[in-house]
Design a protein around this ligand. Structure first.
Ligand SMILES: [Zn+2]
Length: 258
């Protein structure tokens, strides 16, 4: 099933050669990579005007979108190519939400770092292979993992291929059962995200997460709180959409005020 998605990812992955990014040099020279990204961020971070999300997450666009910073104290964007192809734009209220969420996470999880996956195009609209992510109010968050009881980050740098990782119904990685989903951290992160969203005129409208993993999530301390607060998790997913939402959880937000 995931092979199909991989085919869809190929045009995205091949952007690397089309845009002539100096990937080999980037690996060899980390300071030049961070210079490239910093220059790109400064040139593309967006204007000072308020953002406007038009239409829906599945049929919409974005005005005055803001580019997420590539990294912060305890977070980073998952893929350089995706970032430089302008796929990390969000509504300004969502930018504030995400930054303030990770500040809170510095207190709740002092030793953790997190990864953000794809967001929206600069002006929203279709962003293959996603069906949604069209109006700056959707973000894919990389699922935190543990191995031997400790946070595990070795798979974080896979780039677009991270979307192809598979986990079984108990949250164990299909290739290495000792690598497992950190359900407590997923639930706690989502809880903090909802609280910071509400302070910024947003709320979570939908979480897409593999159906077989919901029991484990809701059994955690913060999973119970998510349930009590009626955070909506998608109930019916096609087999392919279901199988894709384990290495990451997709979150749609809605505006509660401008
Ligand atoms: Zn998504």
């Amino acid at each position: 099933m995931k092979f199909y998605f991989f085919l869809l990812l190929l045009p995205f992955a091949s952007c690397q050669s089309q845009t002539n990014l100096p990937t080999t040099k980037i690996v060899e020279n980390e300071s030049s990579q961070s210079d490239t990204i910093e220059t790109f961020y400064e040139a593309n971070k967006g204007n000072d005007l308020p953002s406007k999300s038009i239409g829906s997450v599945s049929n919409g666009s974005l005005l005055n979108g803001k580019l997420l910073p590539f990294s912060g104290t305890n977070f980073r964007y998952f893929d350089t190519t995706s970032y430089l192809n302008k796929r990390a734009f969000v509504h300004d209220q969502l930018l504030k939400t995400v930054l303030s969420c990770y500040k809170e996470c510095e207190i709740a999880f002092p030793s953790h770092s997190f990864c953000i996956m794809e967001c929206s195009n600069e002006k929203g609209g279709k962003i293959a292979p996603h069906h949604t992510h069209q109006n700056g109010l959707s973000i894919d968050f990389m699922t935190p993992l543990v191995k031997d009881g400790k946070p595990y980050y070795a798979l974080d740098s896979l780039g677009a291929e991270h979307y192809l990782l598979e986990f079984d119904a108990e949250g164990k990685n299909s290739d290495d059962k000792t690598i497992e989903i950190d359900f407590e951290t997923v639930a706690h992160h989502l809880w903090i995200l909802e609280q910071t969203a509400r302070k910024n005129g947003l709320k979570i409208s939908k979480v897409i997460w593999k159906l077989e993993l919901k029991d484990e999530l809701f059994a955690t301390e913060y999973g119970k709180k998510l349930k009590a607060q009626n955070i909506y998790f998608a109930q019916n997913l096609t087999p392919i959409i279901n199988s894709l939402h384990d290495d990451h959880y997709h979150v749609d937000f809605e505006l509660t005020r401008d």
